[in-house]
Ligand binder design. Structure first.
Ligand code: ASP
Length: 593
């Protein structure tokens, strides 16, 4: 059997007319025009080519083949009578001499029409992902991902970074999520953990003298799915640099990412270096979020002093934040819908009023604002036609977050408030080192525990002595944000064992605990480590932004469903009793029990 082809299905042009060729691909469609005329479309990775059938025999032969079977067509290239300028191969067609069936599709009916697979329900798409991926639109997202990854590799290598792979079977690492555990056969009762990130290994590489490391790193976290987070596994563009500060990391990222975003994104404009830097507290105050979408031009104003005593009971002793929508033409119905949407998302109320064309305050809570109108207009800098939407809560953070949601929704509602078609990067800096844990109610690290505190050993000692509130200690830690999406955290690391011990002491872990939990890092740092810093932007999230997709599953070749199942492969799956015995595992509950 001759299987090789002379050309692929996206390749033939008018200049090839008259050539004898062999093309191979999937039979996408057969359109019969008459007893002696039919057109078959053959598709492969590269494109489609029209095959014209002009004898009843050839038509019958092709008709006998189910769509989506693979075929080889030997024939001659001919200029088309009616050309299709939309297709690269639209000037030609292939007149077959013979058709060979290579791989028969056994089914007359497909689970969905290939070119419209995105309209099929997700469970079916994921079960038949190999068919879904035949749809060029779906495949193109995966190709985009490959191209982005290869551009990242090229650029990072050009910036002097060495790509090193780190272990997958390792120990639990503290990125704050649940681990995936792998039982050990040789060590009964012991488990490997899949890495939540290569954090410790990359820091150990720094202690090993590898100056600049990067990796397109698979990370495993047993977390529930969200639109922008797949359950289970994801990839990071993980990097770390020695003898480096925050500035050095920023400079690399600001050099590497914008050209990639401009080249591969649906928008061809991206922020230039230096990206805007916003301290965490300022981000919450101005944007109501630590991942602000800077494409939105609206800012939030603190209206607490201005409105706390206006008489509206909900404003009594509350923190009040105002989002101003200039010349807002939103209809009353749309305002109510906005308020309802905000309430669904935040469980908080949105308050509002407008300044009408005569300068009067109207609508919503205007009754309470009218008596102090002049002061409100002056302090909020209002003009006729503006709408003001407000949040109020006795908890400052809650009021800020609600205002942030209002800002995002209002911003998206009107093209005048948002410059949609660009990538706006920013750095959120000066994160607190510690927080009070939601579940524990006790002092915990905000991020992973390896960041350098701003103020070093001294500030930690003061906190331990009760002279400084640990919640006020800032860390050299930063987030990279693009268009309202958190792409990454990163930090200047704590490379001094003494500072490390002091930092852990505040979260109630002693020297022995640190040595037991992080033996490698602690040991390595005792042998002289370079100051180092790094970051790890999420590859999946970046590709999502570049492709303009809302679901992370659109940019992953074989995604799991929202319940962390792979319905195509049947994962997670049953294993045999023998396997369990070898692993010293007794299963105490089954899913269907
Ligand atoms: N390992 C961190 C994370 O996964 C990123 C970093 O700090 O480099 O969030």
């Amino acid at each position: 059997m001759v299987q090789s082809r002379t050309h692929n299905c996206g390749e033939l042009r008018i200049g090839d007319a008259g050539k004898k060729v062999r093309i191979c691909g999937w039979l996408e469609n057969l359109r019969e025009v008459g007893a002696e005329l039919a057109f078959a479309i053959v598709r492969d990775f590269y494109g489609t080519t029209q095959v014209v059938l002009e004898t009843p025999e050839l038509i019958a032969e092709m008709k006998a083949i189910n769509k989506e079977s693979t075929v080889a067509v030997d024939g001659v290239v001919r200029e088309r009578a009616s050309k299709n300028p939309k297709l690269p191969t639209g000037d030609i067609e292939v007149v077959p001499e013979s058709i060979e069936l290579l791989g028969r599709c056994r089914f007359n009916e497909l689970p969905f029409q290939i070119n419209r697979s995105r309209e099929a329900d997700e469970a079916t798409r994921l079960k038949y992902r190999f068919l879904d991926l035949r749809n060029p639109e779906v495949k193109n997202n995966i190709l985009l991902r490959c191209n982005v990854v290869s551009a990242i590799r090229k650029s990072m290598t050009e910036h002097g970074f060495t790509e090193i792979t780190t272990p997958i079977l390792t120990v639990s690492s503290p990125e704050g999520a649940r681990d995936y555990l792998v039982p050990s056969r040789n060590h009964p009762g012991k488990f490997y953990a899949l890495p939540q990130s290569p954090q410790q290994f990359k820091q150990l590489l720094m202690a090993s003298g590898i100056d600049r490391y990067f990796q397109i790193a698979p990370c495993f976290r047993d977390e529930d799915a969200r639109a922008d987070r797949s359950p289970g596994e994801f990839y990071q563009m993980d990097m770390e640099m020695s003898f480096a500060t925050q500035e050095d990391v920023f400079a690399v990222i600001e050099d590497v990412l914008p050209p990639i975003f401009e080249q591969f994104g649906i928008y061809n404009r991206a922020s230039k270096a230096p990206f805007k830097r916003i301290p965490f507290t300022e981000a919450m105050e101005k944007y109501g979020s630590d991942k602000p979408d800077l494409r939105i031009k609206l800012e939030i104003k603190n209206a607490t002093e201005l409105l706390a005593n206006c008489g509206l009971p909900a404003f009594d002793s509350a923190n009040i934040y105002a989002v101003i929508a200039p010349e807002c033409s939103m209809a009353r119905k749309a305002v109510d819908k906005l308020a309802a949407d905000v309430e669904v998302q935040t469980a908080e109320k949105m308050y509002w009023f407008r300044v009408d064309e005569n300068g009067e305050v109207v609508g919503g809570i205007s009754k309470f604002v009218a008596p102090i109108k002049d002061k409100v207009v002056a302090e909020l800098g209002l003009n006729n036609g503006d709408m003001v939407a407000l949040s109020a809560n006795t908890q400052k953070l809650a009021a800020q977050k609600t205002a942030g949601v209002i800002r995002t929704k209002l911003g998206a509602s009107d093209d005048r408030y948002i410059d949609r078609e660009c990538y706006e990067f920013c750095w959120i800096v000066d994160f607190p080192m510690y927080e009070i844990g939601e579940e524990s109610g006790e002092l915990e690290f905000c991020h992973n525990p390896f960041s350098m505190p701003n103020g070093g050993l001294e500030i930690l000692k003061k906190a331990a002595a009760g002279e400084v509130d640990p919640l006020t200690i800032l860390a050299y830690q930063y987030d990279l944000v693009c268009n309202g999406v958190e792409l990454s955290s990163g930090a200047v690391r704590n490379h001094e064992p003494d500072i490390m011990l002091e930092a852990f002491k505040l979260v109630r872990l002693g020297e022995d605990d640190v040595k037991a939990k992080f033996p490698a890092m602690y040991n390595a740092f005792c042998y002289g480590a370079p100051p180092h810093a790094g970051i790890a932007p999420g590859v999946d999230r970046m590709v999502m932004l570049l492709a303009g997709e809302d679901s992370i599953r659109e940019i992953i070749p074989f995604p799991m469903n929202k319940n962390a199942q792979d319905m195509m492969m049947g994962a997670p799956g049953e294993v045999t009793q023998k396997q369990l015995d070898e692993l010293h595992i007794a299963v105490t509950a089954h899913e269907d029990e």
